[in-house]
Design a protein around this ligand. Structure first.
Ligand code: NOJ
Ligand code: CA
Length: 554
C-alpha cells in the first residue's frame, strides 16, 4: 500500500457537548475545545475528530442535522469553528468532522418542504410510502417501526434511526448532488477529513417486503434490509469520486455489516474510504449488535482471537482504525476489564494492547483517564434515545425493570457522554453550571488535573504510549510494521509487530495473577514494560498481574 500522511496520526475523539463549557451554560462548546488545546497538545495527539457540531434540535445529540452549513448556536459560531481549526493547526493538530448523510433532522428545511408539498422536488429527497398503515414490519435502530405517519395524510416516511431522523433518498441524484456540494464545501474550508456516520445504511431493499419477526414487538430489525444492501457500491464510489478524491483528505467510515470478504471495496487504495471501524469485538458482550438485553459470556481468549482476526483481515486491504471506546460504547475499562476496571495497571494493559495494534489509534475523551461506567437508579436519569428504547424493550421481552436497568447501565451511550472531568471541583471543572447530563460524581475523583504529571497515572501512561509510537526508537515498527498473532496463555493477548529490520513481540496480561509465556527466540531484549522489569528466565517470560511487556528479537 502506498504510504499516506494520515497513517501516522493519533486521533482524539471529542463529544463537543461534554468536553468543556467555555461560557458556563452547562453545555460544552467549540470555544471550550479551543481553550483546551493545551491539554490536547500535552497529550500528544495529532488529529481530533469532533462529533456533530452542526445546527440541530439535538434529539440524537447532533446526529440529527437541520442545517449542514451552520454551527449549533449552543456550540458557538462559524467564526469559533474557523478559529478552532486555525489554532489547532498552529499546534500541528488537524480537525476531522462527522459526516451524517444517511439522514437529516425532521427540522431540516428539505424535510419541512417535503411535508408541505408532496408534489414538490423535496418530497423525493426522502423516502415516503402511501397507505393507511406502516408499509412493512421493519424495526428502527432506536426501536419502534421505521415508518412514521405524516400528520394529516395517509403517508409514512422512513427512518432507520429515531423518528426525528428521516432517511435521505439516495436513489435521487439531485439529493446526492446537494450532499456532494456540502461535503466539498467543508473540505475546502481546510478540514482534514471525515468520520462518516452510518454510511452502510444508504441503500435499502427496495422491495420493502416484510421480514420474519425477531422480537416480542412483532417487528424485524431493519439492518437486514437497509444495511450494506446490494447496489450500495455505486453510491459510495460516486461519493468518493465526487468529493474525497478531489482533496487530500482522510475518511473513516462507520460501516457495520461489511463482511470481511468485502473489505477491499470499502477501504484501502481502491476502497470507498481510507479506513473503516470494525465493531466485531466492541460488541462481544452482546449476542446481537443492537440488543443490549441479549447478553452473552465471553473470555479474554475470545477477545484476543477476535482482535487478531480483525487485524489480519484489515491488514490485507489497508489500515486499521483501532478503538476501544467511542460515544456509542460504554467505558472500555468496565466493559473489557470487569473486576479489574479500577486497577490502573489493568487499564494500562488494555490501553497498550489496542494502542500498538497496526493502524491508527483512536482515543475517546476520558478514556485516557481510565474513566469507568456510572450506575444510575432510574430510567429517567438517561438522556440517550437508545437507552430509553432498550429499557422498555427489555421489559417487553420479559425482563424485570431491575434487570432492564442493569442492561442499560452496562451499555448506555450516556456512560461515555458525561462531561469531561477536568479537576476534582464541582462538576469536574467542566462548567460552573449544572451540566446538561448528570455526572457519575459531582466532585470527580478521577480527573485530568490529578493525573497530569503524576507518576504512574493513566494519563501519563497514554502520553508515554503516544510518544513511544510517534517518536520512539521503534517508531518504524509500531507505525509501519505488519502484525501477526502470537500463541499465548488464556488470559494473555499477544502479537508480533514486524518490519524487515525488527521483530517486536508484545504480551498483555489481563489477569490479576502472574502469567508464564513461552518466549520462542533465544535472544530477546525488552523495549517496553508497563510496571517493573520484564522477567525472562530461559525460554519463559513471567508477566506480573496486568503487566504488558514487549521484547525485541536481537
Ligand atoms: C451512529 C452514531 O455514532 C450514533 O451516535 C448515532 O446515534 C447514529 N449513527 C445515528 O446517526
Ligand atoms: Ca457552553
Amino acid at each position: 500500500m502506498k504510504r499516506e500522511w494520515w497513517q501516522e496520526e493519533v486521533v482524539y475523539q471529542i463529544y463537543p457537548k461534554s468536553f468543556y463549557d467555555s461560557n458556563h451554560d452547562g453545555v460544552g462548546d467549540l470555544r471550550g475545545i479551543t481553550e483546551k488545546l493545551d491539554y490536547l497538545e500535552y497529550l500528544g495527539i495529532t488529529m481530533v475528530w469532533i462529533c456533530p457540531m452542526y445546527q440541530s434540535p439535538m434529539d440524537d445529540n447532533g446526529y440529527d442535522i437541520s442545517d449542514y452549513k451552520k454551527i449549533a448556536p449552543e456550540f458557538g459560531t462559524m467564526e469559533d469553528f474557523d478559529e478552532l481549526v486555525a489554532k489547532a493547526k498552529e499546534r500541528g493538530i488537524k480537525i476531522m468532522l462527522d459526516l451524517v448523510i444517511n439522514h437529516t433532522s425532521d427540522e431540516h428545511p428539505w424535510f419541512q418542504k417535503a411535508l408541505e408539498d408532496p408534489d414538490g422536488p423535496f418530497h423525493d429527497y426522502y423516502i415516503f410510502q402511501k397507505g393507511a398503515k406502516e408499509p412493512n414490519n421493519w424495526r428502527s435502530v432506536f426501536g419502534g417501526s421505521v415508518w412514521e405517519k405524516v400528520p394529516g395524510r395517509d403517508e409514512y416516511y422512513f427512518h432507520s434511526f429515531g423518528k426525528k431522523q428521516p432517511d435521505l433518498n439516495w436513489e435521487n441524484p439531485k439529493l446526492r448532488e446537494q450532499l456532494y456540494e456540502m461535503v466539498n464545501w467543508w473540505l475546502d474550508k481546510g478540514i482534514a477529513g471525515f468520520r462518516v456516520d452510518a454510511i452502510t445504511f444508504v441503500k435499502k431493499d427496495l422491495t420493502w417486503r416484510d421480514r420474519e419477526a425477531d422480537g416480542a414487538d412483532g417487528l424485524s430489525k431493519c439492518t437486514r434490509a437497509c444495511r450494506n444492501q446490494p447496489g450500495i457500491g455505486a453510491f459510495l464510489r460516486e461519493l468518493k469520486e465526487r468529493t474525497f478524491d478531489l482533496h487530500s483528505c482522510v475518511t473513516v467510515a462507520e460501516a457495520p455489516g461489511v463482511p470481511y470478504g468485502e473489505l477491499g471495496d470499502f477501504m484501502g487504495e481502491k476502497g470507498y474510504f481510507s479506513m473503516i471501524f470494525d465493531f466485531r469485538y466492541a460488541d462481544l458482550d452482546i449476542a446481537s449488535g443492537s440488543e443490549w438485553f441479549k447478553r452473552r459470556p465471553w473470555t479474554i481468549k475470545e477477545l484476543g482471537e477476535k482482535i487478531m482476526a480483525s487485524q489480519t483481515e484489515l491488514q490485507k486491504w489497508g489500515w486499521g482504525a483501532n478503538f476501544i471506546e467511542n460515544h456509542d460504547q460504554p467505558r472500555a475499562a468496565t466493559k473489557y476489564l470487569r473486576e479489574g476496571q479500577n486497577n490502573p495497571e489493568a487499564v494500562k494493559t488494555l490501553a497498550a494492547m489496542y494502542f500498538f495494534l497496526r493502524g491508527l489509534p483512536f482515543i475517546y475523551q476520558g478514556q485516557e483517564l481510565g474513566m469507568t461506567n456510572f450506575q444510575r437508579n432510574s430510567i429517567e436519569e438517561f438522556d440517550d434515545l437508545s437507552s430509553v428504547d432498550q429499557y422498555y424493550r427489555s421489559i417487553e421481552e420479559g425482563y424485570s425493570p431491575k434487570e432492564a436497568l442493569e442492561f442499560v447501565n452496562l451499555r448506555s451511550r450516556d456512560n461515555a457522554r458525561v462531561p469531561f472531568p477536568w479537576n476534582g471541583e464541582r462538576y469536574g471543572g467542566f462548567s460552573t453550571e449544572k451540566p446538561w447530563l448528570g455526572m457519575a460524581r459531582e466532585y470527580p475523583p478521577v480527573n485530568a488535573k490529578d493525573q497530569a504529571g503524576r507518576e504512574g497515572s493513566i494519563l501519563e501512561f497514554y502520553r508515554e504510549m503516544i510518544r513511544f509510537r510517534q517518536k520512539g526508537e521503534h517508531r518504524d515498527c509500531f507505525v509501519w510494521g505488519s502484525i501477526e498473532p502470537v500463541e499465548s496463555s488464556p488470559h494473555v493477548i499477544a502479537y508480533k509487530r514486524c518490519t524487515e529490520e525488527e521483530n517486536i513481540w508484545c504480551w498483555f496480561n489481563f489477569s490479576g495473577l502472574e502469567a508464564e509465556e513461552r518466549v520462542p527466540m533465544g535472544n530477546m531484549e525488552p523495549v517496553w514494560q508497563s510496571h517493573g522489569e520484564a522477567r525472562v528466565c530461559g525460554d519463559f517470560l513471567y508477566l506480573k498481574p496486568y503487566q504488558s511487556v514487549m521484547l525485541k528479537e536481537v
